[in-house]
Write a protein of this length. Structure first.
Length: 270
């Protein structure tokens, strides 16, 4: 029986970037992903790989003033709290620094996504969230599909890469196992930043991920998840990267065309 680390190393080694996986029986990883709605990959990245990525993402935060308004926001800066002091988020950091696409961590995530999807995975989206030390702001419970235009479905594998050891004290991710077997739930923005989408939940029994730097999590776009406050005295940085079998062409699946065309022509606001 292979340990989880051995299994991941095997995964990342045998899936060369060029060859990837085209088809075949469902792998162990795919089974865990689709059965539970999420998985945790342990010991996938070296400390050098984590340090390199942390440095590259932290550097983007030094230049937030130069970012376009729709690429940067502080989703925790409500009720008079200053922008930049709570939970600053940058959309598509790979657009700002394309070298991120060349990092070992990106390539390994792409290989894992290929194994789960059963074919060569392609980039769809990424964002980075820094929970500032002492921020009480939580990441609201949501399904990633709740951020999509009405009825748009992207069949993605959504990774979350913590860049320090992370647990309930400094804002780790919590999942509601098996929640991806249900439908998309109604999402709203009441009481949170206008960019944020949230689900009102009753009783839930989440699993909070206790992870080390070098681990990652992956979840299905319908899996309910959220994250806690950062009560520690260091920033909690995490990179989220989404892959799909068709990359950004996922938006052009026939069933997505209606809402996408409505958005492009402004008819969704009519
Ligand atoms: O980093 C976080 O706090 C939340 C990330 C998240 O919810 C996501 O990437 O889907």
């Amino acid at each position: 029986m292979l340990s989880e680390v051995q299994m991941l190393n095997r995964t990342t080694n045998h899936l060369g970037f060029k060859s990837g996986v085209k088809s075949g029986p469902k792998s162990d990883l795919a089974e865990r992903f689709y059965d539970n709605g999420y998985l945790i990959g342990r010991g996938a990245f070296s400390s050098e790989e984590v340090a390199q990525l942390r440095g590259m993402l932290s550097a983007l935060y030094q230049n937030i003033d130069s970012l376009k308004e729709n690429k940067f926001r502080d989703i925790g800066a409500l009720n008079g709290l200053d922008v930049g002091t709570q939970q600053p988020e940058i959309d598509r950091p790979t657009n700002i620094n394309p070298d991120l696409l060349e990092t070992a961590i990106y390539q390994k995530l792409k290989n894992v996504a290929s194994e789960i999807l059963g074919r060569n995975a392609k980039y769809v989206f990424d964002h980075v969230i820094c929970k500032m030390p002492g921020t009480k702001v939580k990441t609201a419970w949501h399904q990633d599909r709740g951020y999509m235009l009405d009825k748009v479905e992207l069949n993605t594998v959504n990774f979350w890469v913590p860049l320090q050891d992370t647990d309930e004290r400094n804002g780790t991710l919590g999942y509601v196992p098996n929640s991806h077997h249900g439908d998309l739930m109604p999402h709203g923005s009441e009481g949170v930043h206008p960019h944020v989408r949230k689900v009102e939940l009753g009783e839930i029994d989440p699993v909070y991920c206790k992870v080390k730097a070098g681990d990652f999590t992956a979840h299905h776009p319908l899996t309910l998840h959220g994250a806690g406050a950062n009560l520690s005295d260091t920033p909690r940085l995490a990179w989220s990267v989404h892959f799909g079998a068709y990359g950004r062409l996922e938006y052009l699946r026939p069933s997505n065309l209606g809402p996408v065309i409505k958005r492009l022509t402004g008819r969704d606001k009519a």
